[in-house]
Write a protein that binds this ligand. Structure first.
Ligand code: EPZ
Length: 435
């Protein structure tokens, strides 16, 4: 298993471009199962999770081809060539729980689906009860068999209905994607109440509408879908990754650097910009002619002010940036309070940051972060994608050497991160186990 070796203390400076969003690309790829013609996605990031989804779609009869290296923008083309399969096997789903997002499209298009129940993961139990409740409301019969969800659409077609997707922690992003994707081919009109408002859901609705769906209200808690008989092909550029953008903003701040960040979806990051401003980090908009693909400059204030931050469903502060912000707060001038309302157990980075001298005190879903003058390099263990990013950020700022082990977690969501950071002045290198 690879690790990153980081010698901290270097300011990051230069320009970096945000890649297409992993969390948008995965449901967008799954939507190809609904199409009678070819779907082409531009700006799909080259990540482990994307490769897992390609393998899954291949098993489900979708031919996936990449653009030639060097062709800009990098794109994936998907075409259904065999619609007889409908089983998403445990061996693939266990490597990437987001595989669950093929459930809705398979059920809608092929009338049946067998998808392994995704297990929990490092950040929490990750149930799918809301997904299943939503699909049952559309008329699906759902059974659990040997760890698989077995779903059938009576007569091969779902029926439009009103679906409530609210759960104890807000709505569900992939659950909304699943139910919305299933409803586009249902008989009649569906209403999703308490839908997830995340920008990635909006991006999926844009692609589905380009394919011929009739979706309105995406991005609001109420989405209305008028069922249609078929969906054609389309071309679509994946929205930029707001979490990667936020991670780079934290990287500029934690190293006292100055970064120009291109392809930034600032329009989806108001809560993030609000908390960074409270910290003393200004994000200057250099070109916001397209607020979904803006160029901005981030420089750190000399002093980081302590803040309070609570993660919420969009448009609140995103849970996927909680760990990265916490690394930054470790160096703030006072006590900050971090509360995690989406995944209350999402704190595996706390123990590892503490190994680097951070002063963190957890009480349930809240962590008090007492700022320290400096962090010190240490060997630490990555546990999940965003916790790994948090440890890399801390290592970039720490005095001495930090070794982040098990960076395969990081490779799931950040493309060649170490190469991109080196170009910005970081002293970081990947060490393979075989080395
Ligand atoms: C998506 O996961 C993202 N993943 C996650 O990003 C992100 O953290 C999460 O949304 C929240 O924003 C992808 O898009 C691939 P949820 P998802 O269903 O859809 C509870 C990353 O780091 N819940 O919105 O699986 C659930 O336990 C990943 O890129 C139910 O109770 O998350 C959680 O507390 C990590 N029942 C809350 O809702 C359900 O049926 C939000 O989960 C579904 C969810």
């Amino acid at each position: 298993m690879d690790s990153f070796h980081i010698n901290g203390g270097r300011r990051l400076e230069g320009t970096i471009r945000v890649n297409g969003s992993k969390n948008a690309a995965l449901p967008l790829m799954a939507a190809s199962l609904l199409a009678d013609d070819q779907v082409r996605l531009m700006d799909v990031p080259d990540l482990a999770d994307i490769r897992s989804m390609r393998r899954l779609l291949d098993e489900l009869g979708v031919e996936v081809s990449s653009s030639e290296p060097g062709d800009e923008p990098a794109s994936l083309t998907m075409k259904v060539v065999d619609d007889t399969a409908s089983h998403a096997r445990y061996e693939i789903v266990r490597t990437m729980r987001a595989s669950i997002c093929v459930l809705g499209p398979l059920l809608a298009k092929r009338g049946r689906a067998r998808v392994s129940m995704p297990g929990g993961c490092a950040i929490g139990e990750r149930p799918v009860d809301l997904h299943l409740r939503g699909l049952e409301a559309l008329g699906a019969s759902i059974e659990l068999e040997s760890g698989d969800v077995v779903a059938e659409a009576p007569g091969g077609r779902l029926r439009g209905a009103t679906v409530f997707l609210g759960g104890a922690f807000g709505s569900t992003v992939l659950g909304t994607a699943n139910v919305m994707s299933a409803a586009v081919l249902a008989e009649g009109t569906s209403v999703i109440e308490s839908a997830a408002c995340e920008p990635e859901v909006v991006d999926l609705a844009r692609l589905l509408n380009a394919m011929g769906a009739r979706i309105s209200g995406a991005g609001t808690p109420r989405i209305v879908i008028e069922g249609v008989d078929r969906l054609g092909g389309a071309e679509h550029t994946v929205m930029p990754d707001r979490i990667e953008a936020g991670t780079f903003m934290c990287a500029a701040a934690i190293t006292n650097g100055s970064l120009t960040i291109e392809n930034t979806p600032v329009d989806c990051m108001i809560a993030v910009l609000d908390r960074l401003a409270a910290l003393g980090i200004e994000v200057e908009l250099l070109d916001a002619s397209d607020p979904l693909r803006a160029t901005c400059r981030v420089a750190s204030g000399r002093v980081l002010h302590p803040i309070r931050v609570t993660t919420q469903p969009h448009p609140g502060f995103p849970t996927d940036l909680q760990a990265q912000l916490m690394a930054l707060l470790c160096l703030a001038d006072g006590n900050s309070i971090v509360t995690e309302k989406v995944f209350p157990e999402r704190f595996l980075h706390v123990a590892e940051l503490s190994r680097m001298g951070a002063q963190l005190h957890r009480q349930g879903a809240t962590v008090v972060v007492t700022g320290v003058r400096e962090l010190r390099g240490a060997p630490v263990m990555a546990s999940d994608l965003r916790a790994s990013a948090s440890l890399v950020l801390a290592g970039l700022a720490a005095r001495g050497t930090t070794i982040v082990n098990r960076v395969y977690h990081l490779d799931r969501g950040y493309e060649r991160l170490e190469e991109r950071l080196v170009r910005l002045g970081a002293d970081i290198r990947r060490v393979s186990d075989s080395a």
